[in-house]
Design a protein around this ligand. Structure first.
Ligand code: NAP
Length: 247
């Protein structure tokens, strides 16, 4: 049996319409999982890419404007892989940062991630869907402070912490919980940085790999962490950053 295979597994990826989530959905499907591509709007582009490659997928509207939105979607549905990818960022000086920008980011990046993981784990255990895997998308700002993104940094430090506590509680129950900390990946999330020539150059100059990351760089890592090959990995936050944190 190929330890990297996801044949026979059902997976759900949040924020799968674009960027890193789209690449993760494609990678999971490429390893044989049937993938639910969840988004606050349709994931038709991702579904088309998966089906064109011969994979199996369906779409689901899931908007974390309500952080409890996923509470009822897992029971009885046979999922054994969850990728908590949906996330937002708001940029402003900490002196000016608003409560609205604090709450919006914490709700999607942290509260929704926890309660989606809780609903998934409850269903896995009630339905006997183990071994199972949760992959959370963290950030370099799970380790570093960043600039002008206080709620994002707080939320991503929180994602690293939740990854560890959930691994502690669920490892022995057959659920692997891990996270990926992507470096600077070329997606909507980093458009503002790439549009600023000074920031863009400063970032590129520090990346040992000498390039921005591609969403596919994260997709393969997520497929690995969801697979039997990663069955003894619990509570890890894996940097996929072109060497940024090694610098
Ligand atoms: P992105 O293209 O902006 O994707 C973010 C995804 O989250 C989109 O699918 C977005 O949907 C979805 N989302 C936002 N608000 C939502 C809500 N209320 N309900 C449901 N889904 C929602 O950026 P990305 O770079 O691919 O980001 C994916 C993840 O990687 C995020 O958690 C981000 O923090 C993390 N990350 C990215 C980088 C990077 O360099 N790009 C680095 C570290 C970590 P819409 O398309 O409708 O907005």
């Amino acid at each position: 049996m190929n330890p990297f295979s996801l044949e026979g597994r059902r997976a759900l990826v949040t924020g799968a319409n674009t960027g890193i989530g789209q690449a993760i959905a494609l990678s999971l499907a490429g390893q044989g999982a049937r993938v639910t591509c969840a988004g606050r709007r349709d994931c038709d582009e991702t579904l088309g890419l998966i089906r064109d490659a011969g994979g199996e997928a369906e779409g689901l509207i899931l908007d974390f404007a309500d952080p409890m939105a996923a509470a009822d979607i897992f029971a009885g549905a046979g999922y054994s892989i969850l990728v908590n990818n949906a996330g937002i960022i708001r940029r402003d000086d900490s002196l000016d940062f608003t409560e609205a920008d604090w709450d919006a980011v914490m709700d999607v990046n942290l509260k929704a991630l926890f309660f989606t993981a809780q609903a998934f784990a409850r269903a896995c255990l009630a339905d006997g869907q183990t071994p199972a895997a949760i992959v959370n998308i963290a950030s370099l700002l799970s380790f570093q402070g960043g600039i002008r993104v206080p709620s994002y940094t707080a939320s991503k430090h929180g994602v690293a912490g939740l990854t560890k506590i959930l691994a502690n509680e669920w490892a022995a129950k057959g659920i692997n919980v891990n996270a990926i900390a992507p470096g600077y990946i070329a997606t909507n999330n980093t458009q503002a940085l790439r549009d600023d020539p000074e920031r863009s150059k400063a970032i590129l100059d520090r990346i040992p790999a000498g390039r921005w990351g591609d969403p596919q760089d994260i997709g393969g890592t997520a497929a690995f962490l969801a697979s039997p090959a990663a069955r003894y990995i619990h509570g890890a936050v894996l940097n996929v950053d072109g060497g940024w944190l090694a610098r």
